[in-house]
Design a protein around this ligand. Sequence first.
Ligand code: AKG
Ligand code: FE2
Length: 319
Amino acid sequence: MAAASVELPVVDLSPFFTGDKGAMACATEAMREACETRGFFRVVNHGVPAELMGRALELSAAFFALPDEEKAKVRPAEADGCKAPLPTGYGQQAAHTADKNEHLAIFDPKLGFNAYPAQPAGFRETVDECFAKLTNLGLLIQEILNECMGLPPGFLKSYNNDRNFDFMAALRYFPATEEENIGFTEHEDGTCFTFIFEDLVGGLEVLEDGHWVPMKPVDDDGIIVNIGDVIKVVLSNNKMKSPTHRVVRKPVHRHSFAFFFSVHVDKWIEPLPEFTTKIGEAPHYMKFLYGEYQQLRMRNKTHPPARREDSVRVTRYAI
Ligand SMILES: O=C(O)CCC(=O)C(=O)O
Ligand SMILES: [Fe+2]
């Protein structure tokens, strides 16, 4: 029997735009609770126009519907010399991997890494606008998380004030077949946190108490926030959750956008004193270089280990 779908806790961000201090405190508390219990929540009144997200999904559906030869042309001008930390442009998961999706990766437009399709018209402007709006939302969520974690004001911002490693992916999942339906294998995100917005097809699932629980597709213009390994597991020394999730495929194509709020690859990551020495707790992770972790995670995709349990996860650094 299929598990009942979960409705994520909703955090209304409007007080942060109106300046209502009491309501800001309530929203912060709701976010803290969601981060500590589940690591997934939904934000509404977040400042990213619903019309913009809808347009981005429509344009990405039109792009992914193009013939493969057309899509394959969307590569950075100097594919070999491109200094982007991860592959940019169009990509499809390799046939030998379990994941069955295709994607278009977008970095901050000002870095010059991006390749955009010529068709459909308006694609570039729309995704660039999404990137800018989601970056602003990321900065706001970072500030609220800073408060949730009880850190000195502005700590997370100065911990990593380099936004050049954030990126966004437009994703399309292929329809399920009789034999298999994995769209994105189970994983935790390696980010600080991730934003997801999607069409109404569904398929995102979260592992809770050993069971896969489907998430109801968001139909209220909300954005899903998913806490990642950096802030949650490591900086907070496991106080906050970095949930295990996956995407299962449905009878029809599914479209989504994921925005990854990340850190500089040269950043050393380790549990903060606020969550260890200052409270008399032993660190649960050793110090590691973010870029190394990211590269090992990429290898999970390009050279998947024979046994799923051998995939590199943040537990590699667990003490
Ligand atoms: O497409 C989605 O809804 C989720 C994708 C995801 O989990 C990821 O890109 O890390
Ligand atoms: Fe994910």
